[in-house]
Write a protein that binds this ligand. Sequence first.
Ligand code: ATP
Ligand code: MG
Length: 659
Amino acid sequence: MVTTHELATQQRAQELYAQAATDHVEYWAERSRTEVHWDTPFTEILDWSNPPFARWFADGTTNACYNAVDRHVAAGNGDRVALYFEGEPGDSQAVTYAELLERVSQTANALESLGIAKGDRVAIYLPMLVEAVVAILACARIGAVHSVVFGGFSAEALRSRIDDAEAKVVITADGSYRRGKPNMLKPIVDEALTQDGHTVEHVLVVRRNGEDITWVEGRDAWFDDVVDAQPTTHEIVWHEAEHPLFILYTSGTTGTPKGILHTTGGYLTQVTATARDTFDLQPETDVFWCTADVGWVTGHSYIVYGPMSNGATQVIYEGTPDAPHRGRWWEIVEKYGVTTLYTAPTAIRAAMKWGRDIADRYDLSSLRLLGSVGEAINPEAWYWYREVIGNNNGAGTVNEDGSVTPGPRKTDPVPIADTWWQTETGAHILTPLPALTAEQLKPGSAQRAVPGVAIDVVDEDGNTMQDTSQGFLVIREPWPAMARTIWGDDQRFVDTYWSRFNGMYFAGDGARFDEDGDIWLLGRVDDVMNVSGHRLSTTEIESALVAHPLVAEAAVVGAADETTGQAIYAFVILTEESDGVAGEKAEATLREHVASHIGPIAKPRRILVTSDLPKTRSGKIMRRLLKDAAEGKTQADATALATLADPAVMEEILNGMRG
Ligand code: ATP
Ligand code: MG
């Protein structure tokens, strides 16, 4: 059954697709004029005279902070909650747009009082606190370029990012809480700055967990001391559309991190428009929760700039999903009446592994739309996400034996937006808009380009694929939120993204069309396997494995092999219900399962059962380490190891491969 609201959404989406199809450049100009507040309206739309260095709306002036905060207060919505902060220990805070404006203004004044001027770089190394959002917006307000470094990174990683951007200030915290224990940050900043030769003049420290920290006189100051002393108003200054907004380093799955540079007007246009379209965002009534950390692009675009520019009410949460218990996320959804949840497949698979009994205890009936990002979502996880989380229409009952009988279900299944995009693209590129009916959605496929983006799947020579076999995902025309360059390295920008296919942006991902012209992502091209002349996708084999009841998570790689070219190796984590199934038996069962699911050619040579997989701090599987292990390397590459959330997992895997 299609509700009236869905109908309105569908009609709107059809209009957007139609407008964009006529003239995508004019389409973005029109979106920008309606969704973004410009002080000086632009007259130039796109300057592509020096590709691949795009300029969008270049003669206009605006301010990203004004769009995210001031304009909502000016429109009379100052009392609306901007952020519900939920701390891991259970403390919480509701901050309205009016309060946020005062705090951001004070922080902008504070930065200026420390000598930070337009164009200077500020490193932000914070946990998920209100101050992280405040610091980002204060930088945007004065035109300082923020470089947020995820709070899980090491001193070395932090230092290399500080040096690369030549940051003058670091904004950090004493520490935060992680699984009930203090998780310290300030000592890491101290360590990063031990060696001279850096550009940092001031370190501002947010007081969060109150643990003892050491202090460098003259350099360090408490954030509150400096900020509280400032006036609560700050006169807005306008920035050119192409003024740099932020630098953000990619997560490093495929090589050394690249400092991706985004600028103001085009980025703001596309994140504002896509936040609204993809999530059908209704700022007056929605409670939006994107579970990403602000240290990743998802946090930049779909916590700070996109939703806030729309005046949305959001939840931010400091801790992990299992602290103090595995129902914490669902408890938060229930507590705040979250309507829209945007998370990553890795989190869904973890929740699946813990079992649905946990989520079923909670009332998740407020949810009306779900989103996924970061990697392809396996169909198995997609169905689970929709049925267990999305279709929950009330808390279940806990039985005497501790099991849970699920509560009522919804009559209409909630849509899932599987969004494909990258740090480099700045905003959503592929996603089925919720305009699609439940029947039209395809679990595991990001389906189609957002209006105004010219996506294609091409062959080796850059020609559009004529069949449904595997090709390369490219973007043929510039889009507003595209990266402008790699900070300080224009040549690397050209080499990395623009040289593989003439005049097209190459994302690095493999993809294919299906019979309807919808797009399926197949993993990084570096990960695509060639077995006896057959091109096989890591993503597809992984999805087949995850679809088996024994498997919670799977990673597949191709290892060099003299006879077949490449041989398939799979690494799997078993589900908790699989207790007692011996490794060998599981391996045999799963090999047959893949053979019957995809074909005998896809049968992994070896399946190693492991307790964990090597994941980056953003939750992505680092396949290159697994490939090394499959190829017989007995030691893991040190630089790759350093980017893992838990480097110890590789020991078990290397041991397992030897056995
Ligand atoms: P690096 O570029 O340093 O290796 P990274 O690519 O992991 O790091 P991000 O920009 O955060 O850094 O991630 C973008 C990548 O994530 C995409 O190129 C794609 O491989 C994957 N990805 C993101 N969303 C999806 C999705 N919905 N479906 C499939 N893959 C996705
Ligand atoms: Mg990448």
